[in-house]
Design a protein. Structure first.
Length: 135
């Protein structure tokens, strides 16, 4: 993706002097002058949009390492939860003492899961924002 942005910026910078020179030329024909001004204005809008896009992509790149770190932490947490769940199973539903013993563990897992679901939701929104910048 970055190579496309760099290529676009190179093309803009390459053609900028041509557009500026052509738009400054004095032409006797009013229609040609009007068209040249129109081209210059459109080119300036393209430049402004490319700059804005570049800024948004840079913001996304700044957040990208944080996002990946969070995903790695989430993966580690899920692996830990997997181990805890395997250790908590099987639960003998006929044994009251075992149920009393396992209930607090499962309640903590449930609370942690709820917190991580909220965190995942926030990061999913961040991912969707970054993806929208790249489209």
């Amino acid at each position: 993706m970055c190579s496309y942005v760099q290529e676009l910026q190179l093309h803009i910078e390459y053609h900028r002097p041509e557009v500026v020179n052509v738009s400054r030329q004095v032409v006797d024909d009013a229609d040609v002058t009007s068209r040249l001004q129109s081209v210059a204005e459109r080119f300036e809008r393209v430049c402004a949009l490319a700059d804005a896009w570049q800024s948004e992509l840079q913001v996304a790149l700044v957040h990208c390492p944080d996002f990946h770190q969070t995903i790695d932490n989430l993966h580690d947490w899920l692996s830990h939860i997997d181990i805890e769940l395997i250790a908590a199973e099987p639960v003998d539903l006929t044994c009251q003492s075992e149920l009393r013993k396992k209930y607090p563990q499962l309640k903590v897992l449930q609370q942690n899961s709820t917190q991580h679901v909220i965190l995942c939701s926030l990061h999913l929104n961040c991912l969707l924002y970054i993806k929208s910048l790249m489209c």
